[in-house]
Unconditional design. Structure first.
Length: 363
């Protein structure tokens, strides 16, 4: 912003009595969070368009008769905002108590999903789980959906629509939607069918953004009763060349689940079905851990690496002699470092004299 005489002025608001700057387009919530204010949210996911549904993020705005939702209200020069007055905190607690009155339980196992603890954490923070309100419940669980990946436990749904919005805005799938209104509100697929009969790609993003555990990661939940604490290890998905950041979940050094890294530079919380759910191979009893070659008896036998590599080289030579150089085709891993990828193409081009070389990055 600049004045008529060209002098530059900063956009500022007053936040809890302190003057803070903001960038054009920033919401009050974004400015407040940047200034270490801990405003509670339920329908907010920083990757999605602000929705303004839960009203938990309300703040007092001077000159406004009612509190305003900070996640949908843009900061404007001269605003005076109070983020946590007694009145606002009481309002938030009452809202939480009303939300909780719809759910049979708030405390769910964190293995259900990345954000599944959000409601219970807020409930503890505001000491809201006191059963002050009792009444109708919305959302009916769809536990008969026998897909192997996603639990649809809508008795715990609070109609924040994060699942529907992430599916549309992030995944571009529009596989799920909202049916009915009020206490009859229900998250559903087209024609209210099974997920596998919908457009769902089982990317798991709806599971990971759900703040109540109404959507759960069935594969990770297999480990709910296993002994041990959940540990998270940040790494890169081993599948394609995109390089999505993930947190691998382990209990007693066994992989029990995968969660996307919300701050992953390549994926920002997104994964595909393989990165999200296909991790069983790591500890599968069928996984090969030593080289095998076929013997004279026609059966596979374990051998040392040198012998296995000699046998592979003989096989390549035989194929080239019999069928020509273009009978060999190399596919390098999209996860290989540049040096290994270079060696692979050299091996195929210089070693066999063919240009039939590719990689799996377009998986
Ligand atoms: S299923 Fe979860 S994410 Fe979807 S609307 Fe209900 S509470 Fe929100
Ligand atoms: S798993 Fe992915 S595609 Fe399927 S409903 Fe959830 S967000 Fe949409
Ligand atoms: S987080 Fe702002 S209205 Fe829900």
């Amino acid at each position: 912003m600049s004045s008529a005489d060209g002098e530059k002025k900063l956009n500022t608001i007053s936040l809890d009595g302190e003057t803070v700057s903001f960038l054009d387009g920033e919401t009050i919530y974004e400015v407040a969070t940047r200034n270490r204010k801990n405003i509670p949210t339920l329908c907010y996911d920083s990757r999605l368009d602000a929705f303004g549904g839960c009203r938990l993020c309300v703040v007092e705005l001077e000159g406004s008769r009612n509190p305003v939702a900070s996640c949908t209200t843009k900061a404007a020069p001269g605003m005076a905002v109070r983020s946590a007055t007694k009145k606002i905190e009481k309002y938030r607690k009452t809202l939480l108590e009303m939300v909780e009155s719809e759910n049979p339980e708030t405390k769910v196992d964190p293995l259900r999903g990345y954000a599944s603890h959000e409601l219970s954490t807020l409930s503890n923070r505001y000491a809201a789980g006191n059963g002050r309100f009792k009444g109708k419940q919305s959302g009916k669980s769809n536990l008969d959906d026998t897909n192997p990946f996603i639990l649809r436990d809508y008795d715990l749904c609070i109609s924040c629509y994060r699942c529907v919005r992430v599916c549309a805005e992030q995944e571009g799938d529009y596989a799920i939607s909202i049916m009915n209104r009020g206490f009859h509100t229900q998250i559903t697929t087209e024609f209210n069918g099974l997920l596998k009969e919908s457009e769902c790609t089982f990317c798991g993003q709806c599971v990971q953004t759900c703040p109540t555990g109404a959507l759960g990661d069935k594969k990770a939940m297999r480990a709910v009763d296993l002994p041990g604490e959940i540990e998270k290890t940040r790494t890169i998905c081993p599948y394609c060349g995109v390089g999505c950041s993930v947190d691998v979940l382990t209990k007693n050094e066994n992989i029990v689940g995968v969660q996307p890294a919300m701050d992953g530079p390549a994926n920002k919380g997104a994964l595909c079905v393989k990165g999200q759910f296909a991790f069983d191979f790591v500890q599968h009893s069928d996984r090969l851990t030593t080289p095998l070659v076929r013997g004279q008896d026609g059966k596979l036998h374990e051998v040392k690496w040198d012998e296995a590599l000699d046998r592979a080289a003989e096989g390549f030579q035989r194929a080239r002699t019999k069928y020509g150089r273009d009978s060999v085709y190399g596919v390098a891993s999209g996860r290989a470092p540049s040096e290994a990828a270079y060696m692979m193409q050299k091996f195929i081009r210089a070693g066999f004299g063919t240009n039939y070389i590719d990689n799996c990055s377009r998986a």
